[in-house]
Design a protein around this ligand. Structure first.
Ligand SMILES: Cc1cc2nc3c(=O)[nH]c(=O)nc-3n(C[C@H](O)[C@H](O)[C@H](O)COP(=O)(O)O)c2cc1C
Length: 195
């Protein structure tokens, strides 16, 4: 199969989300200018740079314009990335429901808030890890955007660390496949880097 994105009627959403797998999930909390805490998953999410430490997520355009997360980041220039582990998978999925702008997904999904150290949006209480971010740059892409955030504080629960470092074996992280498909890391292997 060959696909020309400009000529083919085939869904590029299905093609890209089927091929870029598994994707890490940034569970993004923001707070609107009027103080409503928003929480939603974004799997177009990744790291971009170490110095400065920068991560990105991509709110795709919506028929009515943009997502609440995108609007809040534009307004307040702050967000928190909650790392999605298996214990929070169902709650994460629940927060992808469309709720009115004035309502908080924290309350809809019965999640508690934990204050952040360096930014206003709270993290999910009990989450294994969270990255507190200040907007680094918002890059328009088509009618959507790539939101780049500089990590200004990192929270890691002690039980997912070993000798002071994050231990990915202890972090029961969930990735997104296509559609409603998700995965857990249950089959690991190692390779030595060539010189
Ligand atoms: C696992 C998962 C990953 C998602 N990733 C994205 C994404 O990368 N970009 C996007 O625009 N929407 C994504 N969505 C959909 C949004 O989470 C959903 O539309 C949500 O209601 C947006 O909320 P908001 O308007 O409060 O920001 C994803 C949904 C799920 C369940």
């Amino acid at each position: 199969m060959e696909i020309d994105p400009n000529a083919d009627g085939r869904s590029m959403y299905r093609t890209l989300t089927g091929l870029i797998v598994p994707r890490p999930i940034g569970w993004i909390s923001t707070t609107s200018a009027d103080g409503t805490d928003n929480l939603a998953p974004y799997s177009f999410f990744n790291g971009v740079s170490i110095d400065p430490p920068v991560v990105m997520f991509a709110p795709l355009p919506r028929p009515h314009g943009h997502t609440d997360t995108a609007a809040n980041v534009r307004e307040t220039e702050e967000f928190v990335v909650n790392v999605v582990t298996h214990e929070f998978a169902e709650a994460m999925n629940e927060t992808s429901a469309t709720v009115p702008e004035s309502e908080s997904e924290f309350d809809a999904a019965e999640l508690n808030r934990e204050p952040s150290r360096a930014v206003a949006p709270p993290r999910v209480s009990g989450i294994a890890a969270a990255l507190e971010c200040e907007l680094y740059e918002l890059v328009p892409v088509g009618d959507g955007a790539a939101v780049l955030g500089e990590v200004v504080h990192v929270h890691v629960r002690d039980d997912v660390t070993t000798d002071g470092n994050v231990d990915t074996e202890k972090l029961d992280v969930v990735g997104r496949l296509a559609g409603g498909g998700y995965d857990r890391v249950t089959d690991r292997f190692e390779m030595a880097r060539p010189d």
